[in-house]
Every structure is written in structure tokens, then in C-alpha cells.
Design a protein around this ligand. Structure first.
Ligand code: TYD
Ligand code: MG
Length: 461
């Protein structure tokens, strides 16, 4: 007999508890525990243990098959890159992002492009076939053969997979799908986890490339994200400001490619267009150099591009100055200000500090530290940085400037775009940076040295 029980689960990480608590003991998030009423699984259930659904046998790794993955070209080079070189047959990809950012549009473009060569199935729990038709027409896919299944019940979807045997399938969105075997409401962690696991298993056993669209919570997490991350092969995430047309798709996890690979798109009248050379996109053209901006030669995945880091530092009228960061972690900013204070005697504790990355890019790499610091200092002293200068480098707590990956690629990109000076970590010197023509490289090893050198560079520029 199947017993029913009531318990609580964290909607971020799926951690279970028998009593409700304000804080999740798994991921330490607050106010994430939700009541779930679900059937207790029989003790011998091995639902998640083996995706093929067969009994596992022991394998000597030397005898395991080496597989070369069959990849589909999605029609968008930028998207192919994020996927690690195309969509792998039989892979399960989670696509997350804010509402209205373009998840459905992107996936519709992909299935539309692949439809002449592959059998496609678009399961839509959010939009009716009429609405999807309107979008398809707008995307110029009015004639594409895309099978739409407006269904949210898992069991029906699984049956349709058997019937249609698609090559490519989209489930838009996983939060709307529910299993009638569970009593909890759709979107609940238990439902999302169960439905994703079953779809994943089925897609794997049938060799279907499956996209799961995931929603984002108010805090910016995919609902039930961590539970889903384990299940799927790749997690892609849309980034971008709602006001800007640019959309970035980043790989957070990818079993078939490298992470942090970034695809850049612009939302246009006919869907998402690729931006294959985003380097100069995130730079603003200032007529004259202005205080508080610094150009970072960034590297996302394997691709270098230049972004503008902006800072505004002003006298705080209140005893608790503001620290605001868009596109970078606020804690990182706090740390940089502390390092500036301690190791370069640049005092900002009575200042409001705002920093922003132009274009809505989110920077995760530590190479942004030095530009952030230079921009903040420049705003504080109200002096622009030298014209045509880029910078990159990680800043350590001891005030040292640490090397970053692939300095040569970054420098080449800067030179290509006409930058003439660069401030880079001393430890990058052995990377043959001197071979890059047209750009003067200044090596720095300490924070105070970097700040001190700014005056000289300015004089020389
Ligand atoms: P959508 O793909 O529906 O977002 P999501 O599935 O992530 O919620 O994105 C739709 C938004 O994009 C909507 O605001 C309209 C806009 N859009 C365009 O600007 N051009 C287009 O060609 C399409 C299809 C949508
Ligand atoms: Mg949508």
C-alpha cells in the first residue's frame, strides 16, 4: 500500500525536512521551505539510479565504447558554440532565464531550423498552438513542420514521445508539467524533479535531444535548480538587461563542451540574431575620456571581448554608505574597496560606490578586479584613466595583482580594436605579450603600484 505523508522541501536545492524551518539546512537559503504532500516511494525504487532503465552490469573502463557524439547544427553559430559545437543527439539541456527574455523564441528558431532534417516535437504548457503559430510566422517559420503538443500531464507527454519518436523535443516549461502520480501542485520541487527525471530517462533511452525550459524565481534562481542541474547534461542561462536588445546565453554546466562559453544575440523584429563579433558592443563611445570608466579585456569561454566597467564614487550623506554592483558580485566590490583602503591607502568608507558593467553583461571572472578598482579610484579622484587603455588582473587580499588566463588572447583583441596601452599583471609577462604590436604594456604586481603608475601613464599618453 502506498502511504501518504506530508513533509517540507527546499524549493532551491530540494533538501527535505520533516518540520518546517525558516532556513534550509541544505543550502542555507531563507524562506525556501515549502510543504509537499507526496506519495512515499517504495523502498526498493531505483528510479534515478540508471537512466537506461536496465539492470546495470560491471564495466571495465578500458572496454567501454568510445562514442563520438552526433551533433545537430542548430542554425545559430553562437548557440552551437554554447552547446559545445552543436546539439548532441540524446542530450538533455536545461534553458533558464527571466520571463520574456527569449527562451521560447530561441528554441522555436532551433526546432524550426532543424525541422526539415529532424522530427521535432514542441510540448507547450504555457502558450496555445495559436500563439506559437504567431511566433513561428514572425520568425519566418510559417512553413516549418513543427509538431506542437499543448499538454502538461507527464504521462501524456511520455506516451506522445513513444508515438512520435521525435529527434528534437522542447518542453516549455518544465514547471508547468505535472505527474498525476504525485499529489503536489505543478511547479513544486517534487513535481519538477520527478517530471524532469522521467523525461530525461525517456529522452536518453530514445536518443532524443531534449530542451527543458526553466523559470527563474524572484531571486534569480531556476526553480528547483540544483535538483535539475544534476539530472541534465547542460544548463544554459539567459542573461541581459530587459531594456537592452542584447541577450547572452551562457553555459553553466556542459557535459559536452566547456562552461562559461557565451553566445551573444540581439532580439530583433524576426527573433534572435547572432552577434558574432561582440567585442566592441559593450563599449560606449565617450567623446573625451571621463572619470570612472575602465575597459576590461575579458575572456568568456574561449572568446575575448572588451567590456566597459563603470564606477561612480560620491560623498555619502549618510553614515551607512551604499555599495551597489550590477553585473558583478557586490561582495567582490566590498573586498576590492577594502584592499584599496588597506594596501593603497585609498579611503572610500565614507563614499557611496556604484559599479556597473555596460550592456548588461555579467562578469564572473576575477580578471575584472583590476579594472573595477581602477574605475572606482578614477571616479574617487575625479581623473579619467589614460586614453586607449585596457586592463585585466585579479586582485588578492594581500594587495597583490594576480595573473589571469590567456593574457595573450586578451591583449591581441585589445590591439585589434585600436587600444594602445594595457595594464596587466606582472606574472603574465612570460606569456609573450611583447609580441603584440601597437600596444604598450605596463606590468603591475601590487595595487599601490598600479594606482601610482596611473599618473605616469597619463603624463605619457
Ligand atoms: P519569449 O521567447 O516569449 O520569452 P520567454 O519564453 O523567455 O518568456 O520572448 C518574447 C519577447 O521577445 C517578447 O517580449 C517579444 C520579443 N520578441 C521580439 O522582440 N522579436 C521577435 O521576433 C519575437 C518572436 C519576440
Ligand atoms: Mg516562453
Amino acid at each position: 500500500m502506498v502511504k501518504k505523508k506530508s513533509s517540507y522541501a527546499c524549493n532551491a536545492c530540494g533538501q527535505k525536512a520533516v518540520v518546517w524551518g525558516g532556513k534550509c539546512s541544505g543550502c542555507n537559503a531563507w524562506n525556501t521551505m515549502e510543504e509537499v504532500v507526496e506519495r512515499e516511494e517504495p523502498a526498493n525504487s531505483h528510479r534515478y539510479s540508471n537512466w537506461s532503465g536496465t539492470k546495470a552490469t560491471l564495466v571495465d573502463l578500458r572496454n567501454a565504447k568510445t562514442v563520438t557524439h552526433v551533433r545537430w547544427d542548430t542554425g545559430l553559430t553562437e548557440f552551437n558554440r554554447v552547446l559545445g559545437g552543436g546539439l548532441v543527439k540524446g542530450s538533455v539541456v536545461l534553458v533558464g532565464g527571466d520571463p520574456g527574455i527569449g527562451k521560447s523564441t530561441l528554441l522555436m528558431q532551433v526546432v524550426g531550423h532543424l525541422s526539415p532534417r529532424a522530427k521535432t516535437l514542441y510540448v507547450s504548457g504555457e502558450e496555445s498552438p495559436d500563439q506559437l503559430r504567431m511566433r513561428a510566422e514572425r520568425l519566418g517559420l510559417g512553413e516549418a513542420s513543427i509538431q506542437v503538443f499543448p499538454e502538461t500531464e507527464l504521462e501524456e507527454i511520455l506516451a506522445m514521445m513513444d508515438e512520435q519518436r521525435p529527434d528534437i523535443m522542447v518542453v516549455d516549461s518544465i514547471q508547468t508539467v505535472f505527474s498525476s502520480q504525485l499529489t503536489s501542485a505543478p511547479g513544486n520541487v517534487a513535481q519538477v524533479k520527478e517530471c524532469a527525471a522521467q523525461l530525461n530517462k525517456k529522452a536518453k533511452s530514445m536518443g532524443i535531444a531534449l530542451f527543458l525550459v526553466g523559470h527563474v524565481t524572484k531571486e534569480g534562481n531556476l526553480a528547483g535548480p540544483r535538483v535539475l542541474e544534476h539530472i541534465v547534461d547542460a544548463v544554459l542561462y539567459f542573461e541581459g538587461e530587459s531594456g537592452s536588445a542584447f541577450r547572452m546565453v551562457r553555459a553553466f554546466k556542459n557535459r559536452f563542451g566547456s562552461v562559461n562559453e557565451l553566445g551573444v544575440f540581439a532580439m530583433g523584429e524576426k527573433g534572435l540574431e547572432e552577434v558574432s563579433n561582440p567585442s566592441s558592443l559593450f563599449l560606449t563611445a565617450h567623446e573625451h575620456p571621463v572619470p570612472g570608466t575602465c575597459i576590461l579585456a575579458a575572456l568568456e569561454g574561449n572568446r575575448p571581448f572588451l567590456v566597459e566597467v563603470q564606477a561612480l564614487v560620491e560623498d555619502a550623506p549618510t553614515p551607512n554608505p551604499k555599495r551597489f554592483a550590477a553585473g558583478v558580485d557586490t561582495n567582490r566590490l566590498q573586498m576590492l574597496l577594502a584592499v584599496l583602503n588597506k594596501h593603497a591607502s585609498v579611503v572610500a568608507f565614507d563614499q557611496n560606490v556604484y559599479v556597473k558593467i555596460v550592456g548588461g553583461v555579467r562578469l564572473t571572472e576575477p580578471a575584472a578586479d583590476l579594472p573595477l578598482m581602477l574605475a572606482a579610484h578614477s571616479s574617487l579622484v575625479d581623473r579619467p584613466l589614460p586614453k586607449g587603455m585596457v586592463a585585466f588582473g585579479e586582485v588578492g587580499l594581500a594587495g597583490e595583482i594576480r595573473p589571469v588566463t590567456d593574457a595573450l588572447t586578451r591583449l591581441k583583441e585589445a590591439a585589434k580594436l585600436g587600444f594602445t596601452q594595457a595594464m596587466v599583471p606582472l606574472a603574465c609577462k612570460h606569456n609573450n605579450l611583447a609580441s603584440v604590436k601597437g600596444i604598450d604594456v605596463t606590468y603591475v604586481s601590487r595595487v599601490d603600484q598600479a594606482i601610482g603608475l596611473l599618473r605616469e601613464l597619463k603624463a605619457a599618453a
